[in-house]
Design a protein around this ligand. Sequence first.
Ligand code: MN
Length: 198
Amino acid sequence: MSFELPQLPYAYSALEPHIDARTMEIHHSKHHVAYTNNLNAAIASTDLEGKSIIEILHACIDMPAVRNNGGGYYNHNLFWTIMSPAGGQLTSTMENAINESFGSFDGFKEAFTKAATTRFGSGWAWLCVKDGKLEVCSTANQDNPIMPGIGCGGTPILCLDVWEHAYYLNYQNRRPDYITAFFNVINWEEVERLYRAA
Ligand code: MN
């Protein structure tokens, strides 16, 4: 059993104008494919073959190829599902949870935007559940908080790819504009489902 590239739950153009179709197509059909294929190659004929992606993320810290591609595989899987063309509508459950942890939605937005903006170079911003509360963090490259000792150590329920490949075609160097646009496509119903499961 090898890992497979998931289908996007919407068309490449569905998130326009916030995220353009060409970026989505290259991101999914080139970058995510590469992480998936390279993960399969990296674990082939090792003890990790046949393990779940979570088990692999727990074990990959000292294996750069597994760490980079296992992270890339998992992170993009999550990223596609927490966006939606019908996104941007906060659910009442998530509004309450956000208010409890950040004081207000603006407080959350500020913390998440800061994490995404100040991540130097390539990486991800995260919203996680940790000890029953919500926490924001960021990670470098394709690392994620599931990996031991990385980020806040919580369970991810929302993520934002801040690699240049995620925004450069449409936004060039304007990462802050891409982050602002992302809030319009967040699939809060899926985030709530992950929050309840965490
Ligand atoms: Mn990416």
